[in-house]
Each structure stands twice: as structure tokens, then as C-alpha cells.
Design a protein around this ligand. Sequence first.
Ligand SMILES: [Mn+2]
Length: 220
Amino acid sequence: MDILREHSLIATMPWYNVRMSKDAPGVRYAEIYRETAETRIQVVLDLDGGTRRDITTGIGFFDHMLSQLAFHGQFDIGISAEGDLEVDDHHTAEDVGIVLGKALAQALDQSDPIVRYGSNHTPMDEALVLVAVDFSGRGGLFYEVAFTRDKIGELSTECIREFFRALCAHSGITLHIRKIAGENNHHICEAMFKGFGLAMHQATRRSERRGSSSTKGSRD
Ligand SMILES: [Mn+2]
């Protein structure tokens, strides 16, 4: 992965080379770098960390949401994205979803059986959001969230769906997100990301059961 070490984005990942045990057996770690004409994105992920977050996408509210996801998911995460924000936020939001999805799939590739499912109702003040995930291997987003503003900070609300859709497609998770209640768009969105983090933490824990996480013998 020489490209990672040479790349300027690495400078924003101060703990990247500190993870000395990343190749040790049982460490559920991934690092993905993806560059297109529209975005350059690096994600490092440790599913069993929980204290380290270094997130820079150029979109302040998106950073705030990804930070909530990582905090409540209890993941170590580094996300460094340089996108064509002079166009708009679409490519950056979607491509962060792609790369984070790939990182999740890679981190779980060698994993022991996992709990597989996670769900919750997460409140944030008047907002209430249902999130349910299944690491099915098939990938799908079932999304019923209506916002009343076009943007929250510099993040377009329509890009929130695109982020989750890309993440599901590239991680293979089935994800339901449904707004139950809420008026304030910031609260609704924050409940979504917190709830998703909580569900991800639950679903990615190692299972005590022997063998596969599916009666079929594999999760897809
Ligand atoms: Mn907030």
C-alpha cells in the first residue's frame, strides 16, 4: 500500500502508523483509499477501537454526523475526503459512503461470527428515529425520512440518502431507517446517525455461537 504512505492525505491520520497490531489475528481493521476525478478519500477503520476519531470531509455538518456514528458505534475511524465541493456536496457524500462501506466489508471479511442484527429507536429531543440493520451480504436501503430543509449546514439533505445508499451497496448491509417523529432537521439527522452507530456496534459484535451467522452457512 505504498500509495497510502506517499499520499498527502496520510498527514491527516496521525495514528495511522501507530496501529502496530493491525495485522494481528482477530483485529478487525480496514484501510481503503479511493481516488476518482471527483474525490480522493481515505478511510481507516478499527471495529474494536472506540476512542479515536479523525474526520475531515470539508463539510462541517457531515463531519459532525460521521463523528456521532463513530462515537456511538465505538469504532476507531479516520476519514479524510477531498471532494469537488466547488460543484456541490453530492460526490463527496456518496463517495464517503462507498469507501466506508468497503472498509466495513473488509474489516469483517476475516471476522468470527457476528451478532449480525442491530436495531433501536433513538430519540434526540422531539425527534425519534428507528434504525434496523442486518449484515445480510445483500445490501439494501429502505429509507423513510422526510426533511423540511434543503440543507443542514453545508450538507444537502438529499445527499443523506445517497450516503446511506452507497454505504449499504458497498458493505452488503440491509438498512432500514424510518423517522417516527421530529421537527428539527438537525435533531432528526443526528438521531439517524447515532442510531445507525448504535445498531452497527450491536450487529458487529462477535457472536458466541459457533459457525456461521446464517442458517445458509454464509451471510449473503
Ligand atoms: Mn448536533
